[in-house]
Ligand binder design. Structure first.
Ligand SMILES: [Zn+2]
Length: 74
C-alpha cells in the first residue's frame, strides 16, 4: 500500500514537472515569435519612404530623412 502511494506521488510529480516545462517553453516561444512576427509599418509623409519597425511607438524616425511618422493602421 505504501509503495503504491509513493509510486503514484512519483508519477504525479513527473507529470506536473513536464506540464510546467511545456507551459514555460510554450509561453516563451509565443513571446519570442510574436516579437519577431509583429511589425509596424510607417509611411514617411515627407519623402514617401515605406519602412517597418518592431517597436511600437507613436512616431518612428524615417531611415531616409529622419522625419517622425506614426504607424499605419488598417
Ligand atoms: Zn522620410
Amino acid at each position: 500500500m505504501a509503495f503504491e502511494g509513493v509510486l503514484i506521488a512519483f508519477i504525479v510529480a513527473g507529470l506536473l514537472f513536464f506540464i510546467s516545462l511545456w507551459l514555460y517553453y510554450d509561453r516563451r516561444d509565443k513571446i519570442y515569435y510574436d516579437r519577431q512576427r509583429i511589425r509596424h509599418i510607417h509611411h514617411c509623409v515627407k519623402c514617401g519612404t515605406l519602412y517597418s519597425t518592431h517597436e511600437e511607438k507613436r512616431q518612428m524616425p524615417c531611415p531616409a530623412c529622419g522625419f517622425g511618422n506614426p504607424p499605419l493602421h488598417f
